[in-house]
Design a protein around this ligand. Structure first.
Ligand code: PLP
Length: 382
């Protein structure tokens, strides 16, 4: 029998926005987590050259050796042991890396711990892989991050994996080095593997924290599956390139699964990714732009009475509690009204497992300020 898999709540908003736009409505996008900035021309040229020189055939399932080698060096610079032939696999973005991880490694009896709020694809992927997602409510006093104390009541003999995403989509919260260390220690002690969804790694606005985190992760390498992609950091969302790094015993079954699903990540995109990763300082997006957008969003939202904001230290989202503004209305209805009546698309917290919130994305700066005006007006008119 065919398994059912639910639609992502974020994509549902995106689809509605596209439909209304196709009908001629003017809707400003504050919903999608996709930077509006184009990747450097050098990256595009690398892909064009790859195609023109006929690098268009299958590659090894785990990715082209040059790209694996470059990533292995990067990871070694962060203090990890990494052998390009044993510890890593190139994937078609972070989503396939997560799905491949789960399909390859979880067993039917396993429970996968997922902090709430969460990235909407986690639970469907876990279920589809045959395991059980166990939701762990985040601590509202601490930006909805979780600590070992929050996790403890949810542990069972079946707890096997934990998905950690920091900076967090949707809150923009960042686990501090101390919080991360405590959590990883606790997971290690309980023989739980941490699937670290690191797609927003670049978007930590405090550089010192960013550096310290790399140092904290190092001793826990054995129990981490590190998942990254070039989607956000290099604005290469549609290019579909990511990677997973872990112990050989974990990577080997992932290679097999990937071989059966996609075969390999798109060939020309791998060569473009090679260009990007050979000089990340040059090609990664400027953080200044995003930091200043974040500050502008916070400034605009100060005009809204009774709104409560989780202070965002990373990613490109602001997560706002609107329960005191609209105690009678669901977040889904509020978002739908904001889109239909005020022409601004934001995502309801329900999509991330937390009702009564909205997620505002400032990844797209094109009409951000006009979008914020509409949002502020829409929220203010109850
Ligand atoms: N993980 C999180 C937390 C995300 O927010 C996203 C995209 O929005 C992904 C994974 C998927 O990334 P990719 O586009 O590389 O598949």
């Amino acid at each position: 029998m065919k398994k059912m898999i639910e639609e992502s709540g974020t994509l549902a908003v995106f689809d509605r926005m596209k439909k209304l736009r196709a009908m001629g409505k003017d809707i400003i996008n504050l919903c999608v987590g996709e930077p509006d900035i184009s990747p450097s021309q050098d990256i595009e040229t690398a892909a064009i050259q790859a195609i023109q020189s006929h690098h268009i055939r299958y590659t090894p399932s785990e990715g082209i050796p040059e790209l694996r080698k470059t990533i292995a060096h990067m990871i070694q610079d962060e203090g990890w042991r990494a052998d390009e032939n044993r510890n890593l696999i190139i994937t078609a973005g972070a989503k396939p890396a997560l799905f491949t991880t789960l399909l390859a490694l979880v067993k039917k009896t396993n429970e996968v711990l997922v902090p709430v709020p969460f990235y909407p694809s986690y639970a469907p992927m876990i279920r589809y892989a045959g395991a059980k997602p166990v939701y762990v409510p985040g601590n509202p006093q601490n930006g909805y991050k979780i600590s070992p104390q929050d996790l403890k009541p949810y542990l069972t003999p079946h707890s096997r994996f934990f998905i950690l995403n920091s900076p967090v989509n949707p809150t923009g919260s960042v686990y501090s080095p101390d919080e991360l260390q405590e959590l990883l220690k606790f997971l290690d002690k309980n023989h739980i593997i941490c699937i670290l969804d690191d797609v927003y790694r670049h978007f930590i606005y405090d550089e010192a924290v960013k550096e310290e985190i790399a140092r904290i992760l190092k001793p826990f390498q054995r129990s981490i599956i590190l998942i990254r992609s070039l989607s956000k950091e290099f604005a290469m969302t549609g290019w579909r390139i990511g990677y997973a790094v872990a112990e050989e015993s974990l990577i080997t079954p992932m290679k097999t699964v990937q071989g059966h699903i996609i075969g390999n990540a798109q060939t020309a995109s791998q060569l473009a990714a090679l260009k990007a990763l050979q000089n990340p300082e040059k090609y990664a997006l400027s953080l200044h732009v995003f930091k200043s957008r974040r500050n502008d969003v916070l400034e605009a939202l100060r005009q809204v009475d009774h709104i409560s904001i989780i202070p965002p230290a990373g990613a490109f989202y602001v997560f706002a509690d609107i329960r005191s503004i609209h105690p009678e209305k669901s977040d889904v209805i509020v978002c739908s009204e904001l889109m239909e009546k005020y022409g601004v698309a934001v995502t309801p917290g329900s999509a991330f497992g937390l009702k009564g919130f909205i997620r505002i994305s400032y990844a797209d700066g094109n009409r951000l300020y006009e979008g914020l005006d509409r949002l502020v007006r829409g929220l203010a008119s109850r």
